[in-house]
Structures are given as C-alpha cells and as structure tokens.
Design a protein around this ligand. Sequence first.
Ligand SMILES: [Cu+2]
Length: 447
Amino acid sequence: MVSRRKFIAAGTAALAGLAVEGSAEARVTDQPASTNGEYTPVIVPNGATLPFKRAAGVKIFHLIAEPVQHEMSPGLNLECWGYNGRTPGPVIEVVEGDRVRIYVTNKLPEPTTVHWHGVLLPNGMDGVSGLTQPPIQVGETFRYEFTFKHPGTFMYHPHFDEMTQMGLGMMGMIVVHPKRRIGPKVDRDFSLMLSEWFVEPGARRPNPSVMNEFNLLTFNSRAFPGTEPLVVRTGERVRIRFGNLGAMDHHPIHLHGFTFRVTGTDGGPVPLSAQKPETAVLVPVGTTRDIELVADVPGDWPMHCHMTHHIMNQMGHDLPNLIGADLSKLDAAMKPIFPDYTSMGAEGMGGHAEHMEHLRVPKNSIPMRGMRGPFGYIDMGGMFTILKVRNELSSRADPGWYEHPKGEVASVATAEELERDGIDSGEKKETPDPHRHHKHHAPTRKT
Ligand SMILES: [Cu+2]
C-alpha cells in the first residue's frame, strides 16, 4: 500500500581591535570584492561573497562558525549550521598571490576547525583537528595566515566532527582568480556548492547521521523551486564552478542546450589540450569542477543532477512497485477512513508533485514539491536550476519564463500533419484539441 505518509516517509562580531601593522598607507577599509578590472567577480546564486579588509599587503577575512536559520525552499525552514549567517558559507574570493589572514570565531556548541580544501599552504595552516592544530574551542577565535599560490576553485569545511558539521551545512567555496587571465575572458562566473541532506518531513533539523537516505539535494543549499536562475545574455561566455561536499554522492551535472568544456578542477586549470566537449560533468565528493560555455542560444535551459532521485524533494524510497496495478478497490476501501487518501504509482508518478500541493502534508515539508511553469507543472525539485539566456536583459534579475518564437514549441500533431507524413498514431481520427493535456497538466499559457 502506498500511503501519503510513505511519500512523506553575518557575521555578528565586527573585526574589532585588529592591529594594523606597517606604514601610514596601511589602512583598514571596508572593501567589497572589488576587482579594479583584475577579474570578473564571481556570482553566487542564493549566496554571497565574504567581505574583507586590506591591511599592509594582507587581505583580512573573518569567518564565524555558527548555527543558522535557513530556508531551503519556500515552505521548508531549517535549523542548520554554517558560517556568517548562511549555508553554504560566503565564498572567499581572492587573486593568485594574495596573502590572507582569516580569523575563525567558533559560535557553535562544540569545537571546530577550518580546512582549506585544495589550497597549497604550510602544513600548520591545513586545519585538521588533532593533527595540525588543536580544535577551536567554543568561543575562541583562531588565526589562519597563508598565501594563495595557485588559481582555481577550492573549498573550505571543518575537519572536526565532519559528519555532523558538514551534514548540517558547514562548507563554502573559495575562488582564486589567476593573476594573468587563462583562456578567453568570461562574462559571467557562477559558483554553486552541491550538498545532500536528510530532513524528516516536518522536522526542522537535518539529520546528519543518515548514510544513504538523503532526501534533499541542493545547489548552494537551495532545492528547486528555491534555486535562483543563472541569468545571462545571448553570446556571453559563462563559467560555472561546482564544488561537492556532500557526504556520499557524486553528481553528474547535466546542462541542456550547450556543450561545455571542463576548464578547471580543485587541482587548478585544465590545459587546453586536455579539455574535451561534454554535456554532463561528474562532480565527485570532495572535488570541484569548472565548466565554460558560450551561451549562444536563448531559452530556459535546465541544469540538474542527472541522478533522478536527486531531482526530487523529500521523496520516500521504501515504496512498493505499483506500476500497472489496479488500485480502484484500494481507493474505495480507504476513502471512509482517510477522506483525502489517494493511492499513487499505478500510472507512474507524473503529476503527483502538483497533487501534493493540495494534500495535507506535515507543516514545514515539501514532499515531491515542484513548480508551476509556463506549460504546466514542472515536477522536479532538488538539484535543479535554470540557465536563462536572453537576447535582451534590462537587469540580471529573474527575467521570467522564456517567450518562444512562434512555431518553435513542441505541440500536439494535427490530423493533417499525421496524414501528410504517413504516421498512424493508432488514435481514432478526430479533430485534435491543441490544449489537450494529461489531467494534471492543465496549461497556464496558450502555446
Ligand atoms: Cu546527484
């Protein structure tokens, strides 16, 4: 029996008292990640970069490890752990050769450390509790200081109680721009952290102890429909940086509409001779991958993990296989007991995501939730977002749904077309209704 239940189965501390050494020109200023034309600043959908101050040839950052309130998608608010009020933590963005001093304050209920994944640095700055440093006790602030020697996409995360701290959201990306540009200039440079979570429907805290049953898969700790689209102008060169600090799963990230090349990993830039065209990139746990493409075709192009269980929201997996079963007797028997009972699965799962919007589900849960699109319901969630490519853009805000040129949308074939091309559809000949759809997919826009 498939029941509904089965499915449901900023930092606060200022940089006070920083000693500024050196000459009179050494001054501390609040500084956004301003580029002076050095590089294209990174864009963090649903996220932020970490502000820094400059002092005597050093960039000074302050990370605060702390519990955070986090909306994973509309309707799902969680108590996570992160940095500076968010998960993932803000992106640390620097330039090759930068010397940094990174203060880490621990406001968690237990010790922590920060490891700088992929960064080449002195051993004592590596952030491994017990091995290269003592843990940062509750309330303490540690200082890390090193020079970013090579460009690339790296990550930071705790190396203390990793399962709990990372399972609750403690991770972040590091972007090191090359001192001298490698390859063509990119117009848009995006950063996405891939993570996986288990949140019991209705619960407010992710459970970090599960090993396989992850039911929320996220880009920058947001599950579709909570993911902000990537908005670009037609013809722009786009870089997308992926990092994976999930516990167990590697993610083949697939982009529709384009081929791209993998131009970098957490080892650094990939030489041109080793770049090959791809449409999906596997991002294994504990690695980063940079891809680059020219967005030369306008439209709404999905970008998602190709593991189908990773584009669902809070889907239970201990379900019997009911494909093809006759459930009418079961439905009739259940109605007097549970008036809103609906068995599912005999004709596949399509449409049930939309149905879930109307069912009573536990508060603070998004079982199988998707989103209403221009042609009906998009019954996907999780690790799914949209690359929106437009000829005209007045701003970089979400431009809404793509307006397709006339005649460029797949639609029901007419009787004349079938006849013309000798296609026997097996259907009785009748005038087709161009707006006929599956019962759950009433179109909201005329095609
Ligand atoms: Cu995946």
